[in-house]
Design a protein around this ligand. Structure first.
Ligand code: NAD
Ligand code: UDP
Ligand code: UDP
Length: 314
């Protein structure tokens, strides 16, 4: 059988490890590249014995020479705590990383997918967000290394598409959660679950009235594959996420109820530039990919809580 050779950057991270696993199931030959900044060997340990899986420790800000047919570019810390730890490196990862992966795609004529983000919309003034909305990002704030890095990566993708006729796919991913998030990832779903399971107070930033729309990881990975397999004119950018919107306070209350814990809510200051609301309009994903998420928040939380329970017990 002729196996598609696929490169996944950031493959040892939360989303990347699920993507590698799914690609192997689908009969691909997978090369996973990661510098282990936020990724973990544990996420891919179960794939290491597979003869069609290969792991390379490499930082995408440096050139990479490989022969591949498809590239999924996911390398980049995604949690505000981690992307603000070394903001210059975050911008370099998005921008130099995109240039190197686009250069690789250009030389090998590979199809290339970019994990962009709802953060390109910043603190949005229109709701829900459609792909034609140009966003409201503070270019000099603490989130800018991530938001502007990802915006510039989109620019590079579309310039390589226009200038060098690359076959590109740009996904704007909205908040996604599930098993294999790092227990210290810092994002809201893993924080709340870990706090609840340890019986610690749940930390709500601000008054908890800000909203997010949470997508379960398996739904998102299915959308990645559909986007990659779509006709070449489907370049994106295309919103991928679950439109069901919740306040952060509602999420905290759900997690407490589902873990059966007695955690208190404590309120901490809202970080600077924290978006007040976020909800994807997924009409394009529905029309062009025939995709819509199928796992409701309660079910996804059950699975994620079960994962963290096992992790904390081990
Ligand atoms: P993650 O932090 O778990 O994964 C990122 C991976 O990239 C990690 O394994 C990390 O070690 C690796 N990495 C970071 N810098 C690198 C570099 N310079 N060279 C090589 N590897 C590097 O986060 P995730 O949630 O899996 O996110 C994956 C991608 O999806 C990111 O690009 C992120 O911006 C994007 N995204 C995620 C979400 C989400 O809700 N999970 C939302 C929007 C966009
Ligand atoms: N590059 C890479 N792997 C390749 C081909 C290119 O990492 O297989 C990098 C290379 O370092 C270059 C970047 O991608 O800096 C952009 O490549 P491109 O061919 O677009 O431009 P140029 O080589 O002219 O800078
Ligand atoms: N948040 C919170 N408590 C936490 C972590 C996050 O209240 O322990 C809030 C955060 O301020 C934001 C929302 O939850 O309003 C989502 O944060 P996350 O870091 O998960 O993602 P992003 O802000 O990038 O959407």
């Amino acid at each position: 059988m002729l196996r598609r050779k696929v490169l996944v950057t950031g493959g040892a991270g939360f989303l990347g490890s699920h993507l590698c696993e799914r690609l192997l199931q689908d009969g691909c030959d997978v090369i996973c590249v990661d510098n282990f900044f936020t990724g973990r060997k544990e996420n891919i340990a179960h794939l290491m014995g597979n003869p069609y899986f290969e792991m390379l420790r490499h930082d995408v800000t440096f050139p990479l020479y490989l022969e591949v047919e498809e590239i999924y570019n996911l390398a980049c810390p995604a949690s505000p705590v981690h992307y603000q730890f070394d903001p210059v490196q975050t911008t370099k990862t998005s921008v130099h990383g995109a240039i190197n992966m686009l250069g690789l795609a250009r030389r090998t004529k590979a199809k290339i997918f970019q994990a962009s983000t709802s953060e390109v919309y910043g603190d949005p003034e229109i709701h829900p967000q459609t792909e034609d909305y140009r966003g409201n990002v503070n270019p000099i704030g603490p989130r800018a290394c991530y938001d502007e890095g990802k915006r510039c990566a989109e620019t590079l993708f579309f310039d390589y598409y226009r200038q060098h006729r690359l076959n590109i796919r740009v996904a704007r991913i909205f908040n996604t959660y599930g098993p294999r998030m790092h227990p210290n990832d810092g994002r809201v779903v893993s924080n709340f679950i870990v706090q609840a399971l340890k019986g610690e107070p749940i930390t709500i930033y601000g008054d908890g009235s800000q909203t997010r729309s949470f997508c379960y990881v398996d739904d998102l990975i299915e959308a990645f594959l559909r986007l990659m397999a779509a006709p070449d004119e489907v370049t994106g950018p295309i919103n991928l996420g679950n439109p069901a919107e919740f306040t952060i306070r509602e999420l905290a209350e759900k997690v407490i109820a589902m873990t059966g814990g007695g955690s208190q809510l404590i309120f901490k200051p809202l970080p600077e530039d924290d978006p007040k609301q976020r909800q994807p309009n997924i009409a394009q994903a529905r029309d062009r990919l025939g995709w819509a998420p199928s796992v409701p928040l309660d079910e996804g939380l059950e699975r994620t809580i079960a994962y963290f329970r096992r992790l904390l017990d081990s």
